[in-house]
Ligand binder design. Sequence first.
Ligand code: BAL
Ligand code: ZN
Length: 855
Amino acid sequence: PHIVRRQDYRPPDWLVPDIALDFALDAAATRVHATLSVTRNGDHDRPLRLDGDGLLPLEIRVDGAVLAADQWSLDGGTLTIALSNSAHMVETFVEIAPQGNSKLMGLYASGGLLCTQCEAEGFRRITFFPDRPDVLSRYSVRMTADKALYPVLLANGDPVEQGDLPDGRHWARWNDPFPKPCYLFALVAGDLACNADRFVTMSGREVQLGIWVREADLPRTAHAMQALKNSMAWDERVYGREYDLDVFNIVAVADFNFGAMENKGLNIFNSRYILADPETATDIDYDGVEGVVAHEYFHNWSGNRVTCRDWFQLSLKEGFTVFRDQNFSADMGSHAVKRIEDVRILRAAQFQEDSGPLAHPVRPESYMEISNFYTATIYNKGAELIRMMALMLGPERFRAGTDLYFDRHDGEAATCEDFVRAMEDGGEIDLAQFRLWYEQAGTPHVRALLSHDPATQSVTLLLEQSVPPTPGQPEKRPMAIPLRTALFDPETGQHRGDELLMLTEARQSVTFAGWPTAPILSINRGFSAPVIVETNRSQADLAFLSAHDDDPFARYEAMQQLMVNVLVGRIGGQPVDEDAVVAAIRDTVTNPLLDPAFIAEAIRLPSEAYLGDQMAVVDPDAIHAARDALQRRIGAELEPLWRDMHGKTKANAFALSPAAKGARKLRNTALLYLAASGAADGATVAFGQFSEADNMTERQAALATLANGASAEREAALDIFYNRYRDDALTLDKWFQTQAFAFHPDTVDLVEELGRHKDFTLANPNRVRALYGAFAGNQWAFHHKSGKGYRLVADCIVALDKLNPQTAARLVPPLGRWRRFDEARAAMMRAELQRILLEPGLSKDVTEQVSKSLE
Ligand code: BAL
Ligand code: ZN
């Protein structure tokens, strides 16, 4: 298979300043007439090459004249036309079949809608075009369609004209004045209702906002609309960025590979990130809607106005936009809790990726299939890189850097290097060494050893860094690592100031004077760098920090590390002091000064997967047993506390305020520990919460608690939930997901059964992720020693690959982690990967992920 390399980048041979598209829309057969004004880029005699995927030209015209069959060629999808002058008008006519498009790339049917997804390379499935992000065009789009089936016709930009046609058809024209790459093209046709609103920009322009959904879903769009307006105001306030068109539309569709897509002026969303009401959405869902609406909106500047030169620069828009949406969400809620949540996601998804066969730099060097690079590294680690630059610069200089970046590159296709240079020039900083973060894959390890010298009344902090080898990068250079650090006086419980230490050497030390007694080290505060830190802090030091650190992330981290040490020690058969964990949890829960949402985060045991990451060889059964035992002990020893807290946090009526959300989070945690305590009424209390809840956050948490056990209430609750939500796809996903994620000895068999359930379908990516995605993330169940879990996921990959390779490929990484497991499991995982690779007609998406996993 063809490998694309960053070093091979060459500017496009031909540019397309303008394109007119005419769609005769029909689910079975849509005709597309494209008119491209093309101009030769530079002095060369190379022909015009247009990308196509599954397209056959019905007719081609150049400057109005129809081409004979020997005047063009089609090879591997690419249409080649020899052109003599420096500018031409090229027309192509093709027919495509949206209804048969199960890949959900290009133009496809979802429910009764017709919609598009073009990023990264879906536009070539619609029409012939130079499908690369550095070819920017002004689009004019005309659509005709059956008016009864598709009364609403939307495209990018602003609406221009519409009218009726004979035979029950109608038409609409949209123009987008902003030149854009074809991956940002979009259209939607369907029977949709609109939640309409308006926003007045900082310069006083009025923008019409529309969220388009099925009529029945309209009541579930209020939260998304509020999030959109908040995002628009936030981007003006924080980055000085104003919206630029007269309309901004969002459409929700049920079948979608991504979470959403930032098409210019017409965002298309997976409905799970638009629809929310208390009956069906958890607080996490509400936050997801807010965050993704913001993310897509922010792309209007970081992605659309300034786009990417090539796909190796993907993190230029994604890392920066994730950073922007993270900060927006923090401003809308709690900075402390948002940071903890983001780090938890980074560690679960990106650290695992960075330590496995699919590890790649934030700016990759090569790919076989770009769809495989929409990864936690590009997105989440990319966001951490921006965060580190923002920290090193401080808010004013960072803003100067982003202003310069937007000014310099507006209307251009830029690179990660352009961004870093704007930070250097605008923020007046030297980022020469920092650039390594874009080049080197792998999570840096930092050892931080504090030693006290009573004679000189000083302490020395020795810092050492190493970056592990990753595929294709055996040797690494030292990185520039910003570490926010403080030293705590154990007598006063206070520190003497937070310092930003820059670790730039492999080994470096710094001495602090004026410490007659040894202080306690708080390091990587706020998770200032995406690294793994190892320290020589005792359990007593960690317990101290868990009670005194004024940096909420560091306080959380101390608590987590306290728990990790106990659990890893227990798994390794070492004597451990579990009482210290119980005491720290008691102190945290009963501290009236702490935010309930923070308490809930802090007292949660580290996940089984995270514990696995701390071990040389992951032992899923031992991890589960140790974690379960500690959970039961915490439950039993503090049972009155859990009972009391569960009662106290019962809300009277649903609200979305931070206080109400925090109370629900704490209540659900209390329920979990109460159920683990072994109290005779554990299942009854959970079932009570399940039945009485006026919101999905409490209902689903109660269901999940019950799903871990074997009570009669478990079956009853699952039945009630299914019957209540069987006709609501998004909520039924939760029913699949909760079971696939359950800590239950029979989960693997249950997942096999659910795969045959009449409501399970491979055609809907959300449903696949709810069952197989959740299951593959359930370490204990997926790694069942029978190997059955591996077989189930491999079977799903093989079957799904025939329909939707992009979503199939996303299930490969959990199998690819075989090197981390014992020989028996590793052999079974490898065997499944080899079986997948033997499948005839395997997509390049899955081929790339599987072959890299076996290397
Ligand atoms: N650009 C793909 C979806 C997203 O990151 O917004
Ligand atoms: Zn994005």
